[in-house]
Design a protein around this ligand. Sequence first.
Ligand SMILES: [Ca+2]
Ligand SMILES: [Ca+2]
Length: 265
Amino acid sequence: MRTGIRIASLGVLALLIAGSASVAMDAFAANPKYNRVARRGTPKVDGALDDAAWKGADWQEMDVFAGGANRPKGFGAKSAVLWDDNYLYTAIEVDDETHAVPKAVVPDAVNLWKGDSPQHRMDLEYDSFDNSPDDVEWGYALQDKAVLQNAWASPGNIEFTSIKIVREDGAKKTYYETAVVITMHKPKQKLTAYVKENPKAKMGYSDMVNANDGADRLGWVEWSSGIGAAKAASQFGTLTFDSAPQAVDPAGKAATTWAELRAAY
Ligand SMILES: [Ca+2]
Ligand SMILES: [Ca+2]
């Protein structure tokens, strides 16, 4: 089945080689149900997600859970992406009763995905090829008071400029805020510069948050899919970029806070 789809896709590409690039890109669209916008804005990367830029961001729930009956009570997450001339910013707000990145299963940063932790993966070329080493995959975790970070794919294409994580046990929430520099494979330029030159750029994207309550990983929540179960860019959603700063009032958005988002469902 998958082989058939790939062959069909390549056939479409062959037909479109003489056509416009944008049409060819649409032909390779990832999961059409998941689309999000990285709006332009510059948050203060401090672990507090109360920046005006985040309030006007395109927040989306990670609504795909893997782990079956192991889902911890109340566990869920939502995320948003921003960009400016220098950085790609990510924010994730997690509802989690117990924060755990136990050293028994997370002895080092490479294994951080086994603890409470976010992961992101991007298909910069928007080719939707599964298992592509050109995808960039990264993640981070708060273990005691130390921030662990790792890039599992295309590590040379990402710089971790700043990662701030705030855990509030009383509120049962974890806040992740980051600034990263991502470099395109081709042309070899920063993603932010590429997007300025190509304002209609589309990229494949997914993010997820792993769940751990003190022992082994219990599962994860994911926006679209393509990271947790398999490295499958064909399951990613699509990330586009707004070039104008957004008003704080998020017109047209159903909810601005996690509580409101939850209430809306
Ligand atoms: Ca902030
Ligand atoms: Ca947890």
